[in-house]
Write a protein that binds this ligand. Sequence first.
Ligand SMILES: [Zn+2]
Ligand SMILES: [Zn+2]
Length: 259
Amino acid sequence: MIKGLRSLSTLLTPKVNSKEWIHGSVRDLRGLLPSGGGQCVACLSPDAHFGLCAPCRQDLPANRWHCRCCALPLAFAGDQTLCGQCLQDLPPFSRVIAPWRYRFPVDSMIQRYKYNGQRVFARPLIHDFTDHLVSILDASPEHRPDLLVASPMHPARRRKRGFNQAADIAEQISKRSGIPWTTDLVTRNRRTRPQRGLNREERQANLRGIYRVASTPPSSIAIVDDVVTTGATARSLTEALLAAGAADVQVWALARTPG
Ligand SMILES: [Zn+2]
Ligand SMILES: [Zn+2]
Protein backbone atom coordinates (compact mmCIF):
# COMPACT_ATOMS: atom_id res chain seq x y z
CA MET A 1 0.00 0.00 0.00
CA ILE A 2 1.27 3.47 -0.84
CA LYS A 3 1.91 5.32 2.43
CA GLY A 4 2.97 8.67 1.10
CA LEU A 5 4.47 10.27 -1.94
CA ARG A 6 8.21 10.43 -1.51
CA SER A 7 10.22 13.57 -1.87
CA LEU A 8 11.30 13.78 -5.42
CA SER A 9 14.61 15.55 -5.06
CA THR A 10 16.16 12.88 -7.24
CA LEU A 11 13.58 13.28 -9.97
CA LEU A 12 13.11 15.89 -12.58
CA THR A 13 10.53 18.19 -10.95
CA PRO A 14 10.92 21.70 -12.29
CA LYS A 15 8.09 24.18 -12.31
CA VAL A 16 5.99 24.26 -15.43
CA ASN A 17 5.59 27.88 -16.37
CA SER A 18 5.01 27.98 -20.06
CA LYS A 19 3.79 25.93 -22.96
CA GLU A 20 7.30 26.06 -24.38
CA TRP A 21 8.54 24.58 -21.14
CA ILE A 22 6.10 21.67 -21.49
CA HIS A 23 7.39 20.88 -24.93
CA GLY A 24 10.97 21.16 -23.72
CA SER A 25 10.27 19.01 -20.68
CA VAL A 26 8.67 16.29 -22.75
CA ARG A 27 11.87 16.13 -24.75
CA ASP A 28 13.95 16.09 -21.55
CA LEU A 29 11.79 13.40 -20.00
CA ARG A 30 12.02 11.27 -23.09
CA GLY A 31 15.77 11.48 -22.87
CA LEU A 32 15.90 10.72 -19.16
CA LEU A 33 13.25 8.07 -19.02
CA PRO A 34 13.80 5.83 -22.00
CA SER A 35 11.00 3.57 -23.23
CA GLY A 36 8.53 4.49 -20.52
CA GLY A 37 10.76 3.32 -17.64
CA GLY A 38 12.41 5.32 -14.87
CA GLN A 39 11.68 5.78 -11.20
CA CYS A 40 8.32 5.21 -9.51
CA VAL A 41 6.91 8.61 -8.46
CA ALA A 42 5.25 7.08 -5.39
CA CYS A 43 7.92 4.81 -3.82
CA LEU A 44 11.04 5.69 -5.86
CA SER A 45 11.50 2.07 -6.95
CA PRO A 46 13.76 2.10 -10.02
CA ASP A 47 11.53 -0.42 -11.78
CA ALA A 48 8.68 1.76 -13.03
CA HIS A 49 6.58 1.68 -16.17
CA PHE A 50 5.55 5.20 -17.23
CA GLY A 51 6.30 6.53 -13.75
CA LEU A 52 4.74 3.88 -11.49
CA CYS A 53 5.97 0.47 -10.34
CA ALA A 54 3.53 -2.44 -10.57
CA PRO A 55 2.58 -2.56 -6.84
CA CYS A 56 1.93 1.22 -6.68
CA ARG A 57 -0.10 1.07 -9.89
CA GLN A 58 -2.12 -1.76 -8.34
CA ASP A 59 -2.85 0.47 -5.32
CA LEU A 60 -4.40 3.33 -7.30
CA PRO A 61 -8.04 3.78 -6.23
CA ALA A 62 -9.98 2.48 -9.23
CA ASN A 63 -13.44 3.98 -9.65
CA ARG A 64 -14.85 0.51 -10.15
CA TRP A 65 -18.46 1.04 -9.07
CA HIS A 66 -19.97 4.30 -10.11
CA CYS A 67 -23.04 6.10 -11.44
CA ARG A 68 -23.38 5.22 -15.11
CA CYS A 69 -23.95 8.87 -16.03
CA CYS A 70 -21.84 11.13 -13.77
CA ALA A 71 -19.32 8.47 -12.57
CA LEU A 72 -20.00 9.32 -8.91
CA PRO A 73 -18.30 6.59 -6.85
CA LEU A 74 -20.81 4.13 -5.43
CA ALA A 75 -20.36 1.58 -2.65
CA PHE A 76 -21.94 -1.25 -4.64
CA ALA A 77 -21.77 -2.86 -8.05
CA GLY A 78 -24.30 -2.20 -10.80
CA ASP A 79 -23.51 -1.25 -14.36
CA GLN A 80 -26.80 0.49 -14.94
CA THR A 81 -27.04 2.32 -11.63
CA LEU A 82 -27.81 6.03 -11.54
CA CYS A 83 -26.92 8.05 -8.43
CA GLY A 84 -29.63 9.91 -6.54
CA GLN A 85 -28.69 13.25 -8.03
CA CYS A 86 -28.80 12.01 -11.65
CA LEU A 87 -32.14 10.31 -10.94
CA GLN A 88 -33.50 13.64 -9.74
CA ASP A 89 -32.00 15.81 -12.42
CA LEU A 90 -30.39 13.92 -15.33
CA PRO A 91 -27.23 15.75 -16.49
CA PRO A 92 -27.04 17.04 -20.08
CA PHE A 93 -23.84 15.06 -20.81
CA SER A 94 -24.24 11.45 -21.91
CA ARG A 95 -21.55 9.95 -19.68
CA VAL A 96 -18.47 10.66 -17.60
CA ILE A 97 -15.41 8.44 -17.96
CA ALA A 98 -13.22 8.80 -14.85
CA PRO A 99 -11.12 5.72 -14.08
CA TRP A 100 -9.93 6.74 -10.57
CA ARG A 101 -11.46 8.04 -7.41
CA TYR A 102 -10.09 11.38 -6.27
CA ARG A 103 -8.40 10.13 -3.13
CA PHE A 104 -4.89 9.27 -2.09
CA PRO A 105 -2.54 8.97 -3.90
CA VAL A 106 -4.36 10.15 -7.05
CA ASP A 107 -5.44 13.43 -5.36
CA SER A 108 -1.85 14.21 -4.30
CA MET A 109 -0.47 13.30 -7.71
CA ILE A 110 -2.94 15.61 -9.45
CA GLN A 111 -2.37 18.45 -6.97
CA ARG A 112 1.40 18.32 -7.40
CA TYR A 113 0.93 18.35 -11.15
CA LYS A 114 -1.63 21.11 -11.18
CA TYR A 115 -0.46 23.48 -8.47
CA ASN A 116 3.29 22.80 -8.42
CA GLY A 117 3.78 22.05 -12.09
CA GLN A 118 5.38 18.69 -11.30
CA ARG A 119 4.42 16.95 -14.47
CA VAL A 120 6.10 13.65 -13.58
CA PHE A 121 3.26 12.93 -11.14
CA ALA A 122 0.64 13.12 -13.86
CA ARG A 123 2.58 11.13 -16.37
CA PRO A 124 1.50 7.64 -15.20
CA LEU A 125 -2.12 8.77 -14.78
CA ILE A 126 -2.32 10.35 -18.24
CA HIS A 127 -0.60 7.35 -19.81
CA ASP A 128 -2.94 4.81 -18.21
CA PHE A 129 -5.97 7.03 -18.86
CA THR A 130 -5.23 7.20 -22.59
CA ASP A 131 -4.76 3.39 -22.65
CA HIS A 132 -8.13 3.03 -20.96
CA LEU A 133 -9.85 5.42 -23.39
CA VAL A 134 -8.34 3.78 -26.45
CA SER A 135 -9.63 0.37 -25.35
CA ILE A 136 -13.10 1.82 -24.66
CA LEU A 137 -13.15 3.46 -28.11
CA ASP A 138 -12.00 0.24 -29.78
CA ALA A 139 -14.85 -1.64 -28.09
CA SER A 140 -17.50 0.98 -28.95
CA PRO A 141 -16.34 3.08 -31.93
CA GLU A 142 -19.85 4.57 -32.24
CA HIS A 143 -19.09 6.65 -29.14
CA ARG A 144 -15.88 8.08 -30.57
CA PRO A 145 -16.13 11.89 -30.35
CA ASP A 146 -15.27 14.17 -33.29
CA LEU A 147 -13.37 16.61 -31.09
CA LEU A 148 -11.74 16.88 -27.65
CA VAL A 149 -12.45 20.17 -25.91
CA ALA A 150 -10.06 20.98 -23.07
CA SER A 151 -12.06 22.39 -20.17
CA PRO A 152 -11.34 26.13 -20.46
CA MET A 153 -9.52 28.06 -17.78
CA HIS A 154 -9.91 31.80 -17.32
CA PRO A 155 -6.90 33.46 -19.03
CA ALA A 156 -5.79 35.17 -15.79
CA ARG A 157 -5.74 31.87 -13.96
CA ARG A 158 -3.91 30.19 -16.80
CA ARG A 159 -1.25 32.90 -16.75
CA LYS A 160 -0.83 32.47 -13.00
CA ARG A 161 -0.57 28.69 -13.18
CA GLY A 162 1.54 28.70 -16.32
CA PHE A 163 -0.41 25.99 -18.10
CA ASN A 164 -3.88 24.51 -18.45
CA GLN A 165 -3.71 20.93 -17.23
CA ALA A 166 -6.88 20.04 -19.17
CA ALA A 167 -5.20 21.10 -22.42
CA ASP A 168 -2.12 19.10 -21.49
CA ILE A 169 -4.24 15.97 -20.93
CA ALA A 170 -6.31 16.55 -24.10
CA GLU A 171 -3.15 16.86 -26.15
CA GLN A 172 -1.84 13.52 -24.87
CA ILE A 173 -5.16 11.76 -25.55
CA SER A 174 -5.23 13.26 -29.03
CA LYS A 175 -1.74 11.95 -29.79
CA ARG A 176 -2.75 8.41 -28.91
CA SER A 177 -6.31 8.35 -30.27
CA GLY A 178 -5.96 10.59 -33.32
CA ILE A 179 -9.01 12.63 -32.23
CA PRO A 180 -8.31 16.36 -32.74
CA TRP A 181 -8.30 18.63 -29.68
CA THR A 182 -8.84 22.32 -29.12
CA THR A 183 -8.73 25.10 -26.58
CA ASP A 184 -10.22 27.66 -28.97
CA LEU A 185 -13.82 26.54 -29.33
CA VAL A 186 -14.97 27.61 -25.87
CA THR A 187 -13.75 30.50 -23.76
CA ARG A 188 -14.39 31.22 -20.12
CA ASN A 189 -15.38 34.83 -19.99
CA ARG A 190 -15.26 35.60 -16.30
CA ARG A 191 -13.76 34.30 -13.13
CA THR A 192 -16.01 32.61 -10.63
CA ARG A 193 -16.04 32.23 -6.89
CA PRO A 194 -14.46 28.93 -5.82
CA GLN A 195 -17.15 26.24 -5.98
CA ARG A 196 -16.13 24.78 -2.62
CA GLY A 197 -18.57 25.61 0.14
CA LEU A 198 -21.43 26.46 -2.24
CA ASN A 199 -24.58 24.36 -2.39
CA ARG A 200 -25.83 22.88 -5.65
CA GLU A 201 -28.04 25.80 -6.68
CA GLU A 202 -25.34 28.33 -5.80
CA ARG A 203 -22.79 26.37 -7.83
CA GLN A 204 -24.98 26.36 -10.90
CA ALA A 205 -25.78 30.07 -10.50
CA ASN A 206 -22.06 30.78 -10.08
CA LEU A 207 -21.32 29.13 -13.42
CA ARG A 208 -24.30 30.36 -15.43
CA GLY A 209 -23.32 32.06 -18.66
CA ILE A 210 -19.57 31.83 -18.11
CA TYR A 211 -18.84 29.92 -21.32
CA ARG A 212 -18.89 31.37 -24.81
CA VAL A 213 -18.74 29.01 -27.79
CA ALA A 214 -16.87 30.64 -30.68
CA SER A 215 -18.22 28.61 -33.61
CA THR A 216 -20.60 25.77 -34.41
CA PRO A 217 -19.18 22.65 -32.78
CA PRO A 218 -19.10 19.22 -34.41
CA SER A 219 -21.82 16.77 -33.46
CA SER A 220 -19.98 14.66 -30.89
CA ILE A 221 -17.65 16.15 -28.29
CA ALA A 222 -15.65 14.93 -25.30
CA ILE A 223 -14.80 17.55 -22.69
CA VAL A 224 -11.41 16.76 -21.13
CA ASP A 225 -10.59 17.75 -17.56
CA ASP A 226 -8.37 16.59 -14.71
CA VAL A 227 -11.06 16.05 -12.07
CA VAL A 228 -14.84 16.07 -12.05
CA THR A 229 -15.86 17.43 -8.67
CA THR A 230 -19.54 18.28 -8.42
CA GLY A 231 -20.32 17.97 -12.08
CA ALA A 232 -21.53 21.60 -12.08
CA THR A 233 -18.71 22.75 -14.39
CA ALA A 234 -19.32 19.82 -16.75
CA ARG A 235 -23.06 20.56 -16.79
CA SER A 236 -22.57 24.22 -17.56
CA LEU A 237 -20.00 23.59 -20.30
CA THR A 238 -22.14 20.83 -21.83
CA GLU A 239 -25.20 23.10 -21.88
CA ALA A 240 -23.19 25.76 -23.75
CA LEU A 241 -21.98 23.22 -26.34
CA LEU A 242 -25.45 21.72 -26.85
CA ALA A 243 -26.96 25.20 -27.22
CA ALA A 244 -24.33 25.96 -29.89
CA GLY A 245 -25.32 22.87 -31.90
CA ALA A 246 -23.49 19.80 -30.54
CA ALA A 247 -25.65 16.68 -30.38
CA ASP A 248 -23.74 14.61 -27.83
CA VAL A 249 -21.28 15.64 -25.13
CA GLN A 250 -19.36 13.28 -22.87
CA VAL A 251 -16.80 14.11 -20.18
CA TRP A 252 -13.39 12.49 -19.78
CA ALA A 253 -11.45 13.10 -16.58
CA LEU A 254 -8.67 11.37 -14.67
CA ALA A 255 -10.63 11.23 -11.44
CA ARG A 256 -14.01 11.73 -9.81
CA THR A 257 -14.54 13.03 -6.28
CA PRO A 258 -16.84 11.11 -3.93
CA GLY A 259 -19.46 13.87 -3.84
ZN1 LIG B 1 6.15 2.33 -6.54
ZN1 LIG C 1 -24.82 10.36 -11.23
